[in-house]
Design a protein around this ligand. Structure first.
Ligand SMILES: C[S@@+](CC[C@H](N)C(=O)[O-])C[C@H]1O[C@@H](n2cnc3c(N)ncnc32)[C@H](O)[C@@H]1O
Ligand code: SF4
Length: 428
């Protein structure tokens, strides 16, 4: 979810269909679109500026946050996620100003999760403490690797030593509330040494860890190098082995794999991301930020997928003219929303409970959709899926092959939807 310093807010209260609307809550994702340097693998919406007009940027983030909060009719913000780009390059004053704007426009409970994505730096005594004073209470650190050759390949500006020092400082300032991103499946990476890095990380990390398999993105330097043959293509079988063995190591170390890529111990799950997988509402603020919410403040009862203008200068002009820089709005139909509930919910270990599903679709139960289908039955018999009194979820084995399970589940949902008795709900 974190892309740029976008503000993200997610609805944790049940989202209801027209006629049953309740005052809504959401999460907020501000995006800071600037980075120091382009990493070789990254295709996020980011810019390497000569200089940043921070005061103007801050003003626009504040304005857009206020506009979209009013438009959404959201009354309570459960979490805020400053993503990027590199939001740790923004000034703590900007972070504080955005949080203040949120708190003035909606209720931001004192215990809301406020996360900042932070890149490791070579400068000790960084501004992490100032971010804490500004209202940040959780950090997500882009560590990526503990091998200097790999870090160079990725085009990172930090060394393994910098990463560990930043991590130690973060843990001192935000005990129990530090997450690290760690990548796998890099070109030429081997299973044994990667597992060695993971074991080393376990000596240093806090209670939350995200494992991301490298996705080779068109348009990146890494993609070009692989195309030109100067680097070997990432090996998907080795990556699958790293993932399987890595998740086993983390389980052994007491981490719960609560989502396909996310691991937590001592209950340190990310509220913000959890709301996202539960298909809650969130507001995306800042250049290129994505959001999903119902513009109730404008009288609408349809949830929309929204994307803000990508390029920072254009986005700022639009915010100054219209109060927001929303470039694209796509109303989500009921089936589309159910597809999201299914695909996102199954990413978590809890899966989709019957109560959760019912909040989105009161008439067609999970058993109606999946109970009698032969292919789904096979997945249940193979032990990849579970459908019982709790709901529908992946087993430990199933979580690792979710994409292939969805190839059966999504068409089955579409078919059941076509065959259903049309609902009397307006707009249904
Ligand atoms: C929004 S990104 C970047 C956050 C921050 N600027 C940084 O670089 O650490 C969040 C995470 O996505 C992961 N990521 C980014 N590009 C990726 C790619 N092409 N394949 C796999 N993971 C990627 C990285 O682990 C990164 O830490
Ligand atoms: S990976 Fe992070 S720091 Fe690197 S270019 Fe992408 S957003 Fe910027």
């Amino acid at each position: 979810m974190g892309v740029g310093m976008g503000l993200g807010m997610c609805a944790t209260k049940p989202w209801k269909w027209p006629g049953q609307l309740s005052p809504c809550t959401c999460t907020h994702c501000p995006q800071w679109p600037y980075c120091e340097k382009r990493c070789s693998y990254c295709n996020f919406n980011k810019y390497i500026p000569r200089g940043v007009e921070e005061a103007a940027m801050q003003k626009c983030l504040v304005t857009e946050a206020q506009t979209l909060l009013r438009l959404s009719g959201v009354q309570r913000v459960e979490s805020v996620f400053f993503g990027g780009g590199t939001p740790s390059l923004a000034s703590p004053h900007t972070v504080a100003a955005v949080l203040e704007a949120v708190a003035q426009t909606a209720h931001l409970p004192a215990d809301s999760e406020v996360t900042l994505e932070a890149n490791p730096t070579s400068t000790p005594g960084s501004r992490l403490a100032e971010f804490g004073a500004a209202g940040v209470n959780r950090l997500s650190i882009g560590l990526q690797s503990l091998d200097n050759t790999e870090l160079r390949l990725l085009g990172r500006t930090h060394s393994a030593r910098d990463a560990l020092r930043t991590l130690a400082e973060a843990r001192r300032l935000f005990p129990g509330r530090v997450s690290v991103d760690f990548m796998l499946g890099l070109p030429a990476q081997q299973v044994g040494p990667w597992l060695g890095q993971l074991q080393e990380l376990l000596h240093h990390c806090d209670d939350h860890l995200s494992l991301y398999q490298l996705s080779l993105e068109r348009g990146t330097a890494l993609f070009a190098q692989v195309q030109q043959g100067t680097l070997p293509a990432p090996d998907s079988e080795l990556a699958a082995e790293m993932y399987q063995r890595g998740r086993a190591v983390l389980r052994e170390a007491g981490f719960r794999q609560y989502e396909v890529s996310n691991f937590a111990r001592n209950g340190a799950l990310s509220t913000h991301n959890w709301t996202y997988w539960q298909c809650g509402q969130y507001l995306g603020i800042g250049p290129g930020a994505h959001g999903r919410f119902m513009p109730q403040g404008a009288g609408s009862h349809t949830r929309e997928a929204r994307i803000q203008t990508l390029e920072p200068d254009n986005w700022m002009k639009e915010v100054m003219m219209f109060g927001h820089g929303t470039r694209k709005r796509v109303p989500l139909g009921r089936l589309e929303l159910l597809e999201e509930v299914l695909a996102l919910g199954l990413r978590t270990d809890v899966g989709i409970t019957h109560q959760h599903w019912q909040q989105f679709e009161p008439q067609l139960t999970l058993c109606d959709v999946f109970g009698a289908n032969k292919e789904v039955q096979e997945l249940l018999e193979q032990g990849l899926l579970q459908l019982d009194h709790r709901g529908l979820r992946c087993s430990w084995e199933g979580l690792a092959v979710l994409d292939s399970l969805l190839l059966t589940l999504l068409p089955q949902l579409q078919e059941a939807w076509q065959q259903r008795t049309p609902s009397p709900v307006p707009g249904g």
